[in-house]
Design a protein around this ligand. Structure first.
Ligand SMILES: [Zn+2]
Length: 285
């Protein structure tokens, strides 16, 4: 099946591609893939067994989906990207900037055993084969790979995470825990809501006005004649990663919006909340 995504005109077109020849299609970043040192993917709605508003490839049962269907979806997606679902470790997202350092003991957390933690919006590890997993339906997935120290991270950055600079928090943690140099890190901003789809009120806009410099703000926030605002989370996260010391050539920015592609991707806005969750997956080979 050949999937045609609606793409936004942008600074970084086709920074993300779709592999759709198999039974479970998935999105991937050539920037990460060509290192040959990680396995990764971002899911679509296709290729799973869930039904109704969760159809078909949903990765969480907290919204009412059948846990058996969700378990089968993990097996299918793991096979598609060449990993084992028993090696996965799942986040517990509550819009914080908390990051869990995952060790061998985390293998299977949320899959084969219950998670002993909560309020975890980022995962980080240097353990090969451990598969980090985070969840999305409009919020921004951030992928990180330091090929020198051989460290990976995945972070969930919705508007709250972005205001609190989750991308920078992740980079600082890679420096602190593993001695990463930001100039070595590759980062990818994954499928999420685009600025044309993301209308916000003045309360959220004020938070962004406080969090960003007057130089970068015009690219992030546009006030409309009716007093509402359009928010560009892709640009906001790009600015954050740049200010954290990641090089321009080391950042891939999605041009695929979840809300512009409701037949292919879960979008909270496009469905008024009746939806499943997409997954971001990342593992060191
Ligand atoms: Zn859109």
């Amino acid at each position: 099946m050949k999937l045609e995504f609606k793409r936004k005109d942008g600074i970084n077109t086709h920074a993300i591609e779709c592999r759709d020849e198999g039974p479970v299609p998935y999105l991937y970043f050539p920037l990460l893939e060509r290192t040959g040192a990680v396995r990764h993917g971002f899911s679509t709605k296709l290729g799973g067994v869930s039904r109704g508003e969760f159809a078909t490839l949903n990765f969480t049962s907290t919204r009412g989906d059948d846990p058996e269907a969700v378990a089968e979806n993990y097996r299918r997606f793991a096979a598609a990207i060449g990993v084992n679902e028993k090696d996965m470790v799942l986040s517990w997202q509550t819009h914080t900037t908390n990051i869990r350092i995952c060790t061998e003991a985390d293998r299977g957390m949320g899959i084969t055993k219950a998670r002993p933690y909560g309020d975890v919006d980022g995962l980080m590890t240097d353990v090969p084969g451990l598969v980090l997993v985070t969840f999305y339906a409009d919020c921004v997935p951030l992928y990180f790979f330091d090929p020198v120290k051989k460290v990976i991270a995945l972070s969930h950055s919705g508007w709250k995470g972005t205001v609190n600079r989750m991308g920078e928090v992740t980079v600082r943690k890679m420096q602190e825990v593993y001695g990463s140099d930001p100039a070595d890190i590759l980062a990818c901003i994954g499928p999420s809501i685009c600025r044309d789809c993301y209308e916000i009120g003045s309360d959220v806009a004020m938070e962004f006005e406080k969090a960003f410099s007057s130089d970068s703000l015009p690219g992030i926030l546009k006030e409309r004649p009716d007093g509402k605002y359009q928010l560009d989370l892709w640009e906001a996260n790009r600015v954050i990663l740049s200010e954290a010391g990641i090089l321009k050539d080391h950042v891939a920015v999605t041009d695929i919006c979840t809300c512009c592609n409701p037949d292919l991707l879960f979008s909270h806005r496009a469905t008024a909340g009746r939806r499943g969750n997409l997954g971001a997956f990342l593992s060191l080979c």
